[in-house]
Design a protein around this ligand. Structure first.
Ligand code: MN3
Length: 211
């Protein structure tokens, strides 16, 4: 299902204005239809000349960059990362969202961070700490522990042995039209549209994959 070449840009699973008033319609439209589309087009353009990698999934491409021909390694890392990161980000938005995580993820957040509020503060701090463009992530690390990390540009946490639960895109294109340079305001608004049901599912799936 659209997991390997030739990649297509599936429609968002909600309307472009579904995240109003927290993330504006124009930003969602440009972010999905232009930014994500460009990563998909670039990745397809690279892979069209390399049939050997056309049945590789995004995850396989990202995890096996060093096995690719030298001249496409950087471009595949950036563009496969761009597709993975954006699909993941968009899948983790919902409005209205359930205001808190539930079940096993809720317990893990309370165990690792003390409380949901303390987690929010740590996550916001991490998202603010990304210099330039990148992402903040809630991940399960290789030891099975829930933690927060950041990546620059279109890097993903996958090569670090981390499985993503939740992410926020802090490239300026994700918020500039509405929030201008105020990344902190965007992060506060983004917390209103976190798809915790999806994050809880991602958390459960992690342990299915690891054990
Ligand atoms: Mn983006």
């Amino acid at each position: 299902m659209n997991q390997h070449y030739k990649f297509i840009n599936s429609p968002l699973p909600y309307a472009y204005d579904a995240m109003e008033p927290y993330i504006d319609e124009k930003t969602m439209r440009l972010h999905h239809d232009r930014h994500l589309q460009a990563y998909i087009d670039n990745l397809n353009n690279i892979l069209c000349k390399y049939p050997a990698f056309q049945n590789w999934t995004l995850e396989q491409l990202i995890l096996n960059v060093p096995s690719l021909p030298k001249d496409i390694q950087t471009a595949v890392k950036n563009n496969a990362g761009g597709v993975f990161n954006h699909r993941f980000y968009f899948s983790n938005l919902a409005n209205p969202s359930s205001p808190h995580p539930e079940g096993a993820l809720c317990e893990a957040i309370e165990r690792e961070f003390g409380s949901y509020k303390a987690f929010q503060n740590c996550f916001k701090e991490a998202a603010l700490s990304v210099f330039g463009s990148g992402y903040a992530w809630l991940v399960v690390n290789a030891a099975g522990k829930l933690c927060i990390t950041t990546t620059g540009n279109q890097d993903t946490p996958l090569p670090l042995g981390m499985l993503p639960i939740l992410s926020i895109d802090v490239w300026e294109h994700a918020y500039y039209l509405k929030h201008y340079n105020l990344r902190a305001d965007y992060i506060d608004d983004w917390f209103h549209v976190v798809n915790w049901d999806q994050a809880c599912k991602n958390y459960r799936d992690c342990f299915r994959m690891m054990y």
